[in-house]
Design a protein around this ligand. Sequence first.
Ligand code: 13P
Length: 283
Amino acid sequence: MPTLECRKLLQTFGMEWPEASQEEISMRRTLIAGNWKMNGSKAEARSLVEDLMRRQREVGSERPDCDLLICPPFVFLELVGRLIEGSEIALGAQDCHPAEAGAHTGDISAGMLADIGCSYVIVGHSERRQDHGEGDALVQAKAAAALAAGLTPIVCVGETREERDAGHTLDVIERQVRDSLPANCGSRVVVAYEPVWAIGSGLSATPADVAEVHAAIRGVLRDLSGKEAADATRILYGGSVKPGNAAELLALEEVDGALVGGASLKAEDFWAIASASPRRTQA
Ligand code: 13P
């Protein structure tokens, strides 16, 4: 039986779904990821990264208690990779092709991304699902290719406005998580919940809605990979995350970080979001 049904069934009997303990939550280090999308020039990429690095140097050991990740467009990966060398900022790409190599004009393989210094790759972003007609099976194949190349895939899921208004949010999310994650991925993936209607709209989902969907995703992960792997998997929220709402969203128990679009293009805002991370791990 799908996990969400199990959860509802338990609730009808007045029983609670087992939540992760504080110890399990603290296994998940907060990840703040910047998805630059198709923005910026070489000069802008350089000054944004240099600004972030300067902020990191200035705060010294008082730096935010989170992992930082930058996902620039493909053409700036090498430049950004060079600039962040030796820092604790990680490099990620925004997409990859599922094949290792071959006749795929314009595409980039996960192996190439690993070769150039990436450790993460975003797959299944709703903009790719919409602009390029990508479905769950392709997203799953991309995520599997990323794992095979030693990258951590950030697998994006999210409902449209119409799906939310029709009351289908949890069903859509459950299907996307089940069909987009590679089999046996354990905790080697990151899941990003990005409601499509919240992306770039200035309208973030409410903390209550985010908490509900993240708990549902954790439930599906438990069903797919077992409790231990599920409790170690990071689930990020994305969709109009800004300095003004970051603390409230990141404080939610099931929110293990943020996938930030527009606000990641301003060093001041991205840094403010990272600085809003709650302390979860021992230094
Ligand atoms: P915004 O933060 O601009 O809403 O974008 C979110 C997003 O799509 C990150 O992948």
